[in-house]
Design a protein around this ligand. Structure first.
Ligand SMILES: CC(C)(COP(=O)(O)OP(=O)(O)OC[C@H]1O[C@@H](n2cnc3c(N)ncnc32)[C@H](O)[C@@H]1OP(=O)(O)O)[C@@H](O)C(=O)NCCC(=O)NCCS
Length: 98
């Protein structure tokens, strides 16, 4: 089932049919690719359009993924370096870190 969650003013939406989490923002979209493995969300790649890098959009997307995992009783396997680093810097999401 699709999940969505607000991070700040923006929403992170899970799209199981395409294996993506998406964050729409004025001017573009950030996304993360994932696959499901039982109750695990295996995140393999994260991308923010280059013109919008360094504005916290990737971090909002990562936070949305962890919050969606938490409310849906799943956990996150970060196979993407950005999400893995983000998780290390946000230990209050350790309960949903695989
Ligand atoms: C990585 C990416 C998603 C970050 O998005 P962003 O919106 O610029 O990220 P934020 O602004 O929220 O955070 C920037 C922080 O992420 C760090 N970062 C950037 N790229 C990173 C990477 N590949 N791995 C780990 N950390 C990274 C930056 O050093 C910065 O840290 P700081 O805040 O301590 O300076 C974006 O730069 C991107 O799309 N890069 C190209 C694709 C890619 O390399 N994806 C990651 C590997 S799958």
């Amino acid at each position: 089932m699709a999940q969505h969650i607000a991070t700040g003013q923006l929403q992170v939406l899970e799209r199981p049919e395409t294996g993506r989490f998406e964050l729409d923002f004025p001017g573009g979209q950030a996304f993360a690719l994932y696959r499901s493995d039982g109750d695990r969300i295996v995140v393999t790649h994260t991308e923010v359009p280059p013109a919008f890098n360094g504005r916290g959009l990737g971090s909002q997307l990562a936070e949305g993924i962890f919050r969606i995992a938490r409310v849906s009783g799943r956990c996150v396997v970060p196979r993407c370096s950005f999400v893995a680093d983000w998780a290390r810097r946000h230990p209050h999401y350790n309960d949903v870190l695989a």
